[in-house]
Ligand binder design. Structure first.
Ligand SMILES: O=C(O)c1cc(=O)[nH]c(=O)n1[C@@H]1O[C@H](COP(=O)(O)O)[C@@H](O)[C@H]1O
Length: 234
């Protein structure tokens, strides 16, 4: 999928309800580059419902695979059949797992899905990360996982806006950086810890901003998406 000029917007359609997802997709399509569907929708509605939403915009299918390499390769083959533009795996699954995901994606040819490696979830702060046994804070762990993932064939990374400058300094403009944890001023953080505004994330060098509740929870989701998209063009 072509890189946006500046930062592009991805709307996360986190719902179990196909009618709600369809309504959001129709209303948001003019304002976003991709639509993201994750586990909530996929588990409730399955592949056919996901495929139907691709009529509106290209899809980012965010299922965050994390398993043994052979299983992840099979899952990428299954998910790739829906022809999403992007798929996620957890970088913490290790080099062989990321490489297996990339090899399976290659089977779809030139317009294969991009494999994005999730580094440290944006909901985690230093204390939460340390509780999982990882020493050093999120920046060090994001850099460690980013190197592992990119050396193993990931096309890009999912990271918080806070790590974008570090990743650009370490890896240059090449890797696709897809960035959730976006909160326009006055939006509730909710369960997100490592956040920034859309303008800050774009200025830091993010390629795509993933925004869910600040759009879908707004009284007028299309207007909220349009406002964020306009702020990225300024
Ligand atoms: O892989 C993701 O997209 C992801 C990774 C991450 O570290 N943090 C994160 O929030 N996400 C996803 O990005 C979206 C953020 O949604 P909001 O917090 O509602 O804006 C959700 O669909 C999450 O599943």
């Amino acid at each position: 999928m072509a890189r946006p000029a500046g930062a592009g917007l991805i709307a996360a359609l986190d719902t179990q309800d196909p009618a709600q997802a369809e309504a959001w997709a129709g209303a948001l399509a003019p304002h976003v580059g991709l639509l993201k569907l994750g586990l909530e929708f996929f588990v409730a509605q399955g592949p056919a419902a996901v495929a139907r939403l691709a009529r509106h915009r290209p899809l980012f299918l965010d299922l965050k695979f994390h398993d043994i390499p052979n299983t992840v390769a099979g899952a990428v083959r299954s998910a790739g059949a829906l022809r999403p533009a992007m798929l996620t795996v957890h970088a913490a699954g290790g080099p062989a797992m990321v490489a297996a995901a990339r090899a399976a994606a290659e089977e779809f040819g030139a317009d294969r899905p991009a494999i994005l490696a999730v580094t440290v979830l944006t909901s985690m702060d230093a204390a939460t990360l340390s509780a999982t046994g990882v020493s050093g804070g999120p920046p060090q762990q994001v850099l460690r996982l980013a190197r592992l993932a990119l050396e193993s064939g990931a096309d890009g990374l999912v990271c918080s806006p806070r790590e974008v400058p570090l990743l650009r300094a370490a890896h240059g403009p090449g890797p696709l950086l897809v960035v959730p944890g976006i909160r326009p001023a006055c939006s509730a953080a909710g369960d997100q810890s490592r956040t920034a505004t859309p303008e800050e994330a774009a200025k830091a060098g993010a390629d795509w901003l993933v925004v869910g509740r600040p759009i879908t929870g707004a009284p007028d989701p299309a207007a909220a998406a349009a406002a964020i998209a306009a702020s990225l063009r300024r």
